[in-house]
Design a protein around this ligand. Structure first.
Ligand code: TGC
Ligand code: FAD
Length: 388
């Protein structure tokens, strides 16, 4: 039988465990996020600490990592979780991505045994929130130019000074992974946020990702012990390696936002009547719905393919760029088209469509803009670097 919500039968690709993860996350999002998210969005605040603890209890934080209280799930399962959470709101998926794929991943991949023991169990449980400071006011797409500087003192300790900008979870974080220039190149630091000289003022007046905390990180001569540095990360490949994991989650997540908008538009088109018949009975509306369905399910198929490559250990950064570029760009197009089908109702918070569309403006920019991923792919295709 043809299923309008799964026209390609992609459910066949999932194992029973995959379905269990998907269904658990879908139920949680339906119970805990959907009834409140429009209000959080309107107020510009969400109960991030409470949600983090609930996500931790479900094993959804750092779920693709092993040991230290992490769930050891597959990449496909992590992707399905991102999709279900982002089907509710991109801001809540951001909480999951930054915690698991950026802050926890950095410590898990590049940290010392002591750093892992100290931070990861509490982060997996959602008791401690992490953030990831790479972007600066004057260095976004080009993080290699960062100015935040860590100077080594006589006893081997560090003094960290600089500013990071647009940092998800910044002011609610107990620990910040901060990337800084040193005399030995770019290094990562694990910074307890109660360190003297550290502050994280929130960024206000956002019209996107309003159910997510976004902050500056200000570091004014923050003194850190010698063992605050991530021992296994040197150079820009450290933070960029973390981004591969977060970008991979977004490849799936964006399709969640798109799915919600598609389903909302389909439902609306079946029931709203103009000129004596449902909007879905007009050829122009059917063309929109057909094109949305094609891009939505192609995007999920692509995410699944990349997930299998990640699980096999064969996923390349250029392939992650391929997925992030395509899926976020198509997701925002699906949401914008859904908005047209809803007419005036499309701009209302009573429906999820405009909220998802405006959220995706951030998703289009963070974790590498459209242009950065085009340039990554362009370089891979031609062998020519066109970044500078
Ligand atoms: P380039 O010379 O190409 O590379 C420097 C070194 O890094 C290595 N590398 C990678 N390694 C792992 N994964 C990748 N994806 C990598 N890309 C590059 C590279 O091999 C090299 O290693 P080595 O050993 O030779 O030194 O560097 P570049 O300065 O030309 O920059 C390349 C570029 C532009 C692609 C990169 O800087 C970039 O990706 N820019 C975009 C910045 C970005 O995505 N920022 C995201 C900040 S975090 C965020 O947005 C979180 S939002 C989270 C949320 O709320 O969900
Ligand atoms: P710029 O780099 O100034 O780019 C502006 C425009 O110029 C873009 O369209 C870009 O593609 C284009 N451009 C730049 N260089 C080129 C070129 N060579 N060729 C062609 N076009 C080019 N960062 C973190 O470190 N941690 C976080 O947790 C985090 N969370 C975020 C949350 C939100 C809500 C947002 C909006 C951003 C977040 N970011 C975070 C920052 C994000 O990663 C950056 O905004 C992004 O990397 C782009 O940097 P920028 O905004 O400085 O834009």
């Amino acid at each position: 039988m043809f299923d309008p919500l799964d026209p390609l039968g992609l459910d066949d690709l999932l194992t029973d465990e995959d379905r269990a993860v998907r269904d658990t996350m879908r139920r949680w999002a339906a119970d805990r996020v959907l009834p409140h998210v429009a209000e959080w969005y309107e107020r510009g605040e969400a109960p991030v600490r409470e949600l983090a603890r609930e996500l931790g209890a479900m094993g959804a934080l750092g779920m693709q990592l092993t040991g230290y209280g992490c769930a050891g799930a597959t990449a496909v399962q992590y992707g399905l979780a991102c999709l279900e959470v982002e089907a509710a709101d991109s801001g809540i998926r951001s909480l999951v991505s930054v915690q698991g794929s950026l802050a926890m991943y950095a410590i898990h991949r590049f940290g010392s045994e002591e750093q892992k023991q100290r931070w990861l169990p509490g982060m997996a449980a959602g008791e401690t929130i992490g953030c990831f400071g790479l972007t600066e006011p004057d260095h976004g797409s080009d993080p290699g130019g960062m100015r935040t500087y860590a100077k080594r003192g006589a006893g081997g300790d560090w003094v960290l000074t600089g500013r990071k900008m647009w940092i998800t979870n910044g002011s609610v974080a107990g620990v910040a992974v901060v990337w800084a220039r040193t005399d030995e190149g770019i290094r990562g630091f694990v910074v307890p946020t109660d360190s003297p000289g550290f502050s994280a003022p929130d960024i206000h007046h956002k019209w996107s990702l309003r159910a997510s905390v976004t902050s500056e990180l200000v570091m004014d001569e923050v003194r850190l012990p010698a063992d605050a540095v991530l021992p296994e990360a040197t150079g820009l490949r450290g933070p960029l390696g973390c981004l591969n994991h977060a970008r991979y989650g977004i490849v799936w997540g964006a399709m969640g936002a798109a799915r919600t908008c598609f389903e909302t538009a389909l439902d609306y088109a079946r029931t709203r009547e103009q000129f004596g018949r449902p909007l879905g009975g007009f050829q122009l509306t059917q063309a929109k719905l057909a094109d949305m369905a094609v891009e939505l399910h192609k995007g999920v198929l692509l995410a699944h393919h990349l997930g299998r490559r990640m699980d096999a250990g064969t996923l390349r950064p250029e392939q992650v760029s391929f997925g992030k570029l395509n899926n976020v760009r198509e997701a925002i197009e699906i949401c914008r088209t859904a908005r047209t089908i809803l007419g005036a109702n499309g701009i209302s918070l009573e429906y999820p469509v405009m909220r998802h569309a405006t959220n995706l403006e951030s998703v289009l920019t963070y974790e590498g803009t459209v242009e950065m991923h085009q340039l990554v792919l362009g370089k891979a295709l031609t062998g020519l670097d066109a970044f500078r």
